[in-house]
Unconditional design. Structure first.
Length: 188
């Protein structure tokens, strides 16, 4: 397996970059190709995907992004392309905050992640984050969602508001207050 490559970026495509390593050019799928600058030298962490019909490299600008990707592909039902697409819409820090806070609304807004996948991500990865001292009430966002439903807000509007709150150590009252502020700001 190729752990990393060091070379000069020669091309940035729609979903990938091309890295020249001693006159051998490697194409790596990346989450944000527009952040890479042609002509610069990079050390890129990588993951090699072998599938029945696929064989490709995925590249990461740092170890934390690679770790987030590796964590996501360990979740049942999440493949490499889904994990990479999810990382296009968030950062590893924000992803881990959402998991620690049990914020399924935030996870559901990521491309390719539906309600079942969001719940599975929290179930599978929450235990791996225990060493981070992030607490988070496992039912907090569900309790706030129920309270907002009782106040007459639509589920879609509630989920949109909750997806923007991504802090693991808030009280229910804090989450409710922030959600109401978000709903009021968006005029719902």
């Amino acid at each position: 397996m190729i752990y990393g490559l060091k070379g000069t970026l020669v091309e940035a495509l729609k979903a990938s970059i091309v890295l020249d390593v001693h006159d051998v050019q490697y194409e790596l799928l990346v989450s944000r190709p527009d952040e890479w600058k042609i002509g610069q030298e990079y050390s890129v962490f990588s993951y090699e995907v072998f599938g029945e019909d696929d064989h490709y490299l995925v590249g990461f600008s740092n170890k934390l992004e690679r770790q987030a990707f590796m964590s996501l592909i360990q979740v049942k039902g999440i493949g490499p392309k889904t994990a990479l697409n999810a990382l296009k819409a968030t950062t590893p820090d924000e992803l881990y905050k959402a998991i620690a806070a049990n914020n399924t609304a935030y996870l559901k807004k990521l491309p390719g992640i539906g309600p079942k996948a969001a719940a599975q991500i929290i179930l599978d990865l929450k235990g791996q984050l225990a060493q981070t001292d992030e607490k988070g009430n496992p039912t907090q966002f569900d309790e706030v969602r129920q309270a907002l439903k009782q106040l007459g807000f639509k589920v879609k509007d509630i989920d949109d508001a909750l997806s923007k709150i991504n802090e693991p150590n808030l009280t229910n009252e804090d989450v409710l207050r922030l959600a109401l502020r978000q709903l009021r700001k968006e005029g719902r």
